[in-house]
Each structure stands twice: as C-alpha cells, then as structure tokens.
Design a protein around this ligand. Structure first.
Ligand code: S3P
Length: 429
C-alpha cells in the first residue's frame, strides 16, 4: 500500500465498536441467562474469531450488519474441530478461562504469530483452579479439559495482563467461593465493568485486587459497544501533528484504562477536548475533538513513559513513538518489555520502521528512545503483519516527505478493516 503525505485532517467520524469490549460482551452474552443484543459490535477479524469459536461451542448467534443477537446457554458443547482463534490473543486467552469452567475438552489453535506467544500465563492459574491444559512448550495449540466445579484461587499476576485477569475471572464464575486476582499495575478493566453491568458483582480494592464470588450467572441484556478508542488514537495523533486540522470523533470509548493516551498527548501540547460523556453498562463514552498543532507552552524536555502508566498505554506505544519523533525533546519508553510479546515484537518493528524513515532510534531491552523534531522521509516500511504497526506507520506516512510503502498493510483488518478508507475520508492532501 502506497501512502502520500497529508496537509491536515478534517471531518467527523464514528468508529466501529471497541475490540476488547466486543470480545467480552460476546462471551458474557454466550454464558448469560436469556438473550442479549449487542449493537455496534466490532468489525475486527479478531472479534469474528471469538464469534466463530462460540458458534462452534454450540452458542446460537444471529448477526445482521454490526448487531449480534446471542442466546445465552449454561453449558457449552464440545466442539467437533479445534477452535480457531486466528491472530487473536484475547480470544485464545480469555476463552481458555471460559472453557476451564465447562465440563468438556476443547482444543484451541491460532495462526503463526499467535502460536508463538506465551500461554503459560493463563495455563498456570487455570490449572491451580482445577482445569487440565496441555500445550506445546507453553504455547498454542492448547488442549483444555475443564470442570464446572473449579476451586477458587487468590492469584497475583506476574505480568500486567487484562487477558490473564479476564481468563481467571471468567473461570471464577464456575468456582465455588471467592476468586481474587491481584495486579501490580492496573490493566484495562472491561471485564470487571461488564460483569457488574450484567449482574455479577466484582469488587475492586485499593490494593489492586479484583474479586468475584462463584458460582455466579450473568444476566443477558442489551448493550451498544462504544467506538474503539485504540482505533481513534491514529486519527487523534495525525490531527494533533498536522496544523490546521479539525477532527471530531463521536461515541468513542473513554474508559480511563484505555484512553490514557489522550492525557499523554495533551501533556505533550495537543489541543484535545472531550464532551457529551455518558455510560452504557458502566463503560464511559463521549465525543473527542482535536484541533491541529502543538501548543508552544508545552514542556520542551524529553518525556518518559514508564512504570505503572505502561499497561494503560500498551496498544498505543508504537504510535506514541511515532508522535515522539515529532515533538520537541522526543520521548523515552521504558518498562515495556511486554511489547516484545505482542502480534510482532513491537519494540523491534517500531524501531526498524522509524529508522527506515530517518529517525535515530535507540532500542533497549524494555523500551525505546526516540529523538524529537525529526523530519520523517517516506520510505518502504513493513507491518510485520501487525495491525498496530501498519496503522502507526500510516500516520507516520501522512507526516513524511514523499511516498511511504507499507508491506502487509492489509493486516489492519485484524482490528480495523475500515482504517484506510476512513483515513482517506478525513485526510486533506
Ligand atoms: C487486551 C489486553 C492487552 C492488549 C490487547 C487486548 C484485552 O493484552 O494488548 O490488545 O482485550 O484484554 P495483554 O493482556 O497481553 O496485556
């Protein structure tokens, strides 16, 4: 895919439903009593993987455009074939937690990227609860033998991971007694908010522990999924960096464990405002306005993203590295070694592509340093079949001098099939 520079970003957008919330809403609806209606369900290929797996587990799901009608069931049925999770870490890890609490055996498989990602992080706690899980050296394929009567655990997460936390909470629905997950840094809390919104109380304490009492049954109902804030991030960053831009994004998710990049960009001098904030099933959403250009009063020294702020920025870090190359002082990212375990090694792929475009990036084992004020040059870059890398470098391409060619650009469909069409609709060239 060839991309040319833009002069500014202008327009008004509504985005497809949030990917993380869509996965969870579909899983909750599948297990809940009664039927559920999910509107603005994500168009991401990852969420289609979750829906296909649930159908293979006997769940009746009707889909018309972006609306799902799901008939909840207490018992999933053993699938005839391995469950194909595609590229989706959330599908594989959270569904493993769901299956841990069912009296059946199922195999979960994924594509090459997903089959190289670490799964011991879910296997260990779920086996402590009584499930039996076979893997290939801690990686997919996973064969899960579940039990509808699990043992509750108190489990301290060795890494900040919302997928692992969610897997344990879903398993906790079928454990007798209190299941507690203790986090070291707060990760996205959609599972907690939606469990509370669909009738199962989740208690969150000051010490970052999250507990549910099992056995518990969710109650079905209706939800409209807010627009995906991680998808919005690419448009917000492009609008911020192109003076004269004027962009509005409506009905977008504003959960603080996901929208932290808005505060980071504001602290870097972006003119961002948020209005019309409302909630649906405890998930906040609203309208984001961005006016292009960086305020001159912003601090000019190098900014560091590190420590407990990393989990809330995790999916936006490659994009923030691109933005960092444009702001005075540049940025440093630390404590982000988890990025090496995503759909690609995002520290390596971000550094490689930024260098190809003329930035002098330093790569650490747990982060990157990107000098500011770099004039990016259009160049051949590679998505490494990682959707967030493709979209981050599409933004870089809008800022660069000359044409940028993104190899494997079509992988954006993993989270955001409409990305290039929407970018074209707001980019003024
Ligand atoms: C996700 C959690 C994060 C994130 C991923 C989606 C989720 O992964 O990077 O894109 O939906 O729970 P980890 O749980 O591995 O941090």
């Amino acid at each position: 895919m060839k991309l040319t520079p833009a002069r500014r970003i202008s327009g008004r957008l509504q985005l497809p439903g949030d990917k993380s919330i869509s996965h969870r809403a579909a899983l909750i609806a599948a297990l809940a009593s009664g039927s559920s209606e999910i509107a603005n369900f994500s168009t991401a290929r990852d969420c289609a993987s979750t829906v296909a797996c649930l159908r293979a587990l006997g769940v009746s799901i009707e889909q018309s455009s972006q609306k799902l009608i799901v008939a909840g069931t207490r018992k999933l049925v053993a699938p005839y074939r391995p469950l194909d999770c595609g590229n989706s870490g959330s599908t594989l890890r959270i569904l493993t937690g769901v299956l841990a609490g069912q009296d059946l055996t199922a195999e979960l498989v994924g594509d090459e990227s997903l089959s190289s990602r670490p799964m011991r992080r879910v296997i260990e706690p779920l086996e402590l609860m009584g499930a039996k899980i076979e893997s290939t050296d801690g990686k997919a394929p996973l064969k899960v033998r579940g039990s509808a009567n699990l043992t509750p655990i108190t489990y301290k997460l060795p890494v900040a991971s919302a997928q692992v936390k969610s897997a344990i909470l879903f398993a906790g629905l079928n454990a007798t007694g209190r299941t507690t997950v203790i986090e070291t840094s707060p990760s996205r809390d959609h599972t907690e908010r939606l469990f509370n919104g669909f009738g199962v109380s989740v208690k969150t304490d000051q010490d970052l522990s999250v507990s549910i009492e099992g056995p518990a049954r969710l109650s079905g109902g209706a939800i409209t999924i807010p627009g995906d804030v991680s998808s919005a991030a690419y448009f917000v960053a492009a609008a911020m960096l192109l003076p004269g831009s004027d962009l509005t994004i409506e009905r977008v998710g504003l959960n603080p464990t996901r929208a932290a990049f808005l505060d980071v960009l504001t602290s870097w001098g972006a003119e961002i405002s948020v209005t019309d904030v409302r909630t649906d099933r405890n998930e906040p959403f609203g309208t984001i306005h961005v006016r292009g250009g960086i305020s001159r009063t912003a601090d000019q020294s190098q900014r560091t993203l590190s420590g407990s702020m990393i989990p809330a920025l995790i999916d936006e870090l490659p994009l923030l590295a691109v933005v960092g190359s444009q702001i005075a002082g540049g940025i440093q990212i630390r404590d982000a070694r988890e990025l090496r375990l995503k759909e690609s090694d995002r520290l390596a792929t971000t550094a490689m592509n930024l260098r190809a475009m003329g930035a002098e990036v330093e790569e650490f084992e747990d982060g990157l340093a990107v000098p500011g004020g770099t004039k990016l040059r259009g160049a051949p870059v590679d998505s490494h079949l990682d959707h967030r890398i493709a979209m981050s470098f599409a933004v870089a391409a809008l800022l660069a001098e000359g044409e940028t060619q993104i190899a494997g650009a079509e992988c954006v469909a993993i989270s955001f099939p409409e990305f290039y069409a929407l970018l074209d609709s707001v980019a003024v060239r």
